[in-house]
Ligand binder design. Structure first.
Ligand code: PEP
Ligand code: MG
Length: 540
């Protein structure tokens, strides 16, 4: 039995078998080899294995997400047969007498760079694909096993770290808990864990060499503990806690269908945050009154080319239709910082949180933005859709956005495609936006305060840096004062202001938010009923 303490990002209990994801990025070393024929044959064998893996992935994707989305795995299989690519690898092994891993990695980098520099959008998108297939080959050559999410039983995932794009690819039904060595409590992976209602611990000082797939573990998100190979006694205690949690969850169920009002009748709109179409299930299950933040960038993650206008239109339309007239606030893409996507070719930055991200990318690369806006305007016809723009720092940015929206409108008019101009609001997540919220309130329809980034920028604390978790204090007086200022400025102009950052679900602050006059709270679906309970107990 071995116990570790970590930082809890979602308070829940789990017990089950462990799946360890490790050695994802083993360095590739250059070695001189004598038997070039044997080395060439290793590449052929790895190619066969890679095609088998891709076929399995294709079959799974075909069933779950349809042919268009599954096609990428077919493209990867075809790329594995590309003569130029294969000859370049074999040639390198023969002429330089290097090991297969090295030849594949270098050829992958070379081809990826070549594609990235091409004019044609389609070819540019292949840069990420060639990197992907090369990584797959290297992994096979190094004898590393893929974490087999396909046939995995519901398990506790243990890893060094997990990225947001990995998280979106996982089958949520199969994850009982996340336990990672690294990661901050404010990262998007943590946010996803909360959304999925999954107990999660980060910053757990475990030695992954000592932990093996198949071990039993219990995760206690209340205590921040994970215990590997627990004693019978511990298992019994955890089983009891699991039952208590189930009971509490059942009690919360009685709040379904009840109004979110304080004892004196003040109404707060209680919405939920989502990252994907499939999360709508959690929203409905937890009786949220709408969606206050659809992090649309997740449609762009975990894939190798831009989602088309049609794909996005279908996704947004489906969400508004499923919400049947309830408000759905879709945030335009917030790529960058920890949400990296190869095919955007954003490049390395010294300070990505303060870098080329979110609305900045959209304003600099309006074609990417317009594709999303067209899809949003078209989907607005089918329900109660609002658009929200992230990382705003000035009124000029909002005016530039409106100009682009106007252009999109004119383009749609020209081809006579039905659309609607929805309500348009902004996220308040920079101190600059707070300070000019009086003038911003005059030109937008609503504010939604992103306390995750606002805390990061106001306190100068990188939200991704696990060493700074103790300094990341969303309760800080400065943040609370900023929230009050934003709410007051919105109300002066007859606009509404909500909170969609994680602080919105902080049960200790519910009364404070009610007193401040916050109109809306948008929280992880798993927190909706808990927050409703809190609001219904507030006197004011
Ligand atoms: C925020 O910054 O508070 C927010 C809701 O956006 P994200 O967490 O996606 O950056
Ligand atoms: Mg943000």
């Amino acid at each position: 039995m071995k116990t570790y303490k970590g930082k809890s990002v979602y308070k829940g209990i789990a017990m089950g078998n462990v799946v360890v994801i490790k050695d994802r990025d083993l360095p590739v070393k250059r070695c001189r080899i004598e038997d070039v024929e044997a080395e060439s044959a290793r590449v052929d064998e790895a190619g066969k294995e890679a095609k088998l893996q891709l076929q399995k992935l294709y079959d799974k994707a075909l069933k779950e997400v349809g042919e268009t989305n599954a096609a990428i795995f077919e493209i990867h299989q075809m790329m594995l047969e590309d003569d130029d690519y294969l000859e370049a690898i074999q040639n390198m092994i023969q002429t330089e007498q290097v090991n297969a891993e090295y030849a594949v990695a270098v050829t992958g980098d070379n081809f990826s760079e070549m594609f990235a520099n091409m004019e044609d959008d389609y070819m540019r998108a292949r840069a990420a694909d060639v990197k992907d297939i090369s990584n797959r080959l290297v992994k096979i050559l190094q004898g590393r096993k893929e974490a087999d999410f396909l046939s995995m039983e519901p398990s506790i995932l243990v890893a060094d770290d997990i990225s947001p794009s990995e998280t979106v690819q996982m089958d949520k039904e199969k994850i009982l808990a996340f336990v990672t060595v690294h990661g901050s409590t404010n990262s998007h992976t943590a946010i996803l864990a909360r959304m999925m209602n999954i107990p999660a611990l980060v910053g757990v000082p475990m030695d992954l060499q000592e932990i093996h797939t198949g071990m039993v573990a219990v995760v206690d998100g209340f205590q921040g503990n994970v215990i590997f190979e627990p004693s019978k006694e511990i298992c019994g205690q955890i089983q009891k806690k699991l039952e208590e949690e189930k009971e509490k969850a059942q009690l919360l169920q009685t709040l379904k269908g009840k109004e979110t009002i304080t004892l004196k009748g003040q109404k707060i709109n209680l919405f939920a945050n989502i990252a994907n179409v499939s999360d709508v299930g959690y929203v409905l299950e937890n009786d949220a009154e709408g969606i206050g933040l659809f992090r649309s960038e997740f449609l762009y993650l975990g894939r190798t080319s831009f989602p088309t206008e049609e794909e996005q239109f279908q996704a947004y339309k489906q969400v508004v239709q499923m919400l049947g007239g309830k408000k759905v606030i879709i945030r335009t893409l917030d790529i960058g910082a920890d949400k990296q996507v190869d095919y955007f070719h954003l490049g390395q930055e010294d300070n990505p949180a303060m870098g080329y991200r979110a609305i900045r990318i959209c304003l600099k690369e309006p074609e990417i933005f317009k594709t999303q806006l067209r899809a949003l305007l078209r989907a607005a016809v089918f329900g109660n859709l609002s658009i929200m723009y992230p990382m705003i720092t000035s009124s000029e940015e909002v005016q530039q956005i409106y100009k682009i929206v106007k252009e999109v409108q004119e383009e749609l008019d020209l081809v006579q495609i039905p659309y609607k101009i929805p309500e348009q609001g902004i996220m308040i997540e920079t101190p600059a936006a707070v300070m000019i919220s009086d003038e911003l309130a005059e030109i937008v329809d609503f504010f939604s305060i992103g306390t995750n980034d606002l805390t990061q920028y106001a306190l100068a604390v990188d939200r991704q840096n696990e060493k700074l978790d103790d300094f990341y204090i969303p309760h800080h007086k400065a943040i609370l004062k900023m929230i009050q200022m934003v709410v007051d400025n919105a109300h002066k102009c007859g606009k509404w202001a909500g909170i969609c950052g994680e602080l919105g679900a902080d049960l200790e602050l519910i009364e404070t938010f009610v007193k401040m006059g916050v109109d809306e709270l948008s929280v992880a679906p798993s927190m909706v009923l808990k927050v409703r309970k809190g609001i219904r107990e507030v006197e004011g």
